[in-house]
Design a protein around this ligand. Sequence first.
Ligand SMILES: [Zn+2]
Length: 181
Amino acid sequence: MTGGQCLERHVETITRWIIECERIVAFTGAGISTESGIPDFRGPQGVWTRRDAGLPPPRWRVSPGRVEPNPSHLSLAELQRLGKLEFLITQNTDNLHRRSGIRPELLAELHGNGQILRCLGCDRLYNRREVRWDTNRWGPGYRTQEPVPGQPACAACGERLVSSVVNFGDPLPQKELELAE
Ligand SMILES: [Zn+2]
C-alpha cells in the first residue's frame, strides 16, 4: 500500500466514525495550528525538539498578526454547526478555535487564551481589545509580572487583570478543567 492509499484509508475510517457516532468531543493541541504557521512543541521543527538539539527556536511562517484559522479549525466549527461536535477541549492559546466560529460555551481552553484577560478578583474575562490593553506599555500581563501603573483594571470589581494564559507553575483553570472532564 502506498502512503497515499494508507492516508485515504485513515480518512475513510475517521469519516465512518464521524458519521456513525452520535457525539464527538475533540481535544486539540499545537499540531492543529502548524498549518496556520505557528510552530508546535514536539514536532520535527518544534520548540522543545529544537531546544533539546541545541538549536534556536523555530521561526513563525507568518507574522503573529496574520495568523488565520486553517481547514482543520474550520472543519471542527462545521462539525459543531452540524450538531456533531458536542465539546472542544484545547491546549492552544492562539484564539484560532474562537476565530473559526467555535461557540465559547462549548470550548475549554485549558491553557488559557492569549487574547483574553482574567480578573484576579472575580474571574471575569475580558478581551484585550475591549479594555484597550496596550502590550507595548503593559506587556503580556502575566500574573507573575509586576503590575504597571495605569494598566486597565476590572470594570466590575476594580481588581487586577492578568493574561488568561497558563504558564509553567500556574494552576490550570478550575472551571475549564471541570468542563473538560
Ligand atoms: Zn473583577
